[in-house]
Design a protein around this ligand. Structure first.
Ligand SMILES: [Ca+2]
Length: 158
């Protein structure tokens, strides 16, 4: 094939390519393998009611609560697969929790046996979605920076 045809064809395919949900789910499961879910409340760990760690802090600590793990996964998916999952803050009977949404699925790096440990196409009707945050909106929420700079280049799972 002529190069002047091949290059635009590759660019066109690259612009429209979306990874399968299995690939996304695999990346999210890697976060669970390397970063531990902390049940310590932010007020006890950080002295503030709600502390959003930067992904670099989370990587350094290898520890975080739900929003920290999902913010980390959101960044990882952006850097590894070029997709922007949105971070969902929701209220359920067990409290306020987070998950990610992308491609019509809900999933979470913080869930081991909770509802979104595996990608789900449905969101429980009885639960309330409080916020749906883009990557930029999540970045504006970061409280952190204590353990490392605000730079977002991840290294642990690259
Ligand atoms: Ca936190």
């Amino acid at each position: 094939m002529k190069r002047w045809i091949l290059v635009p064809a590759i660019l066109l395919l690259g612009a429209t390519w979306n990874p399968p949900i299995e690939k996304v789910s695999w990346e999210v499961s890697r976060v669970r393998s390397f970063i531990h879910y902390s049940t310590t409340h932010d007020i006890d760990a950080w002295g503030v009611a709600d502390y959003w760690q930067t992904p670099v802090e989370t990587e350094y600590l290898r520890l975080g609560d739900c929003e920290d793990l999902d913010a980390y996964a959101q960044e990882l998916l952006w850097q590894r697969l070029g997709i922007e999952a949105k971070l969902v803050v929701y209220r359920a009977p067990f409290g306020v929790h987070t998950c990610l949404t992308w491609g019509g699925y809900y999933f979470s790096a913080a869930d081991y046996d909770w509802p979104f440990a595996q990608p789900s196409r449905s969101f429980p009707a009885a639960w309330s979605i409080l916020q749906v945050l883009t990557r930029a909106e999540v970045h504006s929420r970061f409280t952190g920076g204590k353990h490392g700079s605000q730079q977002l280049r991840l290294s642990l799972l690259q």
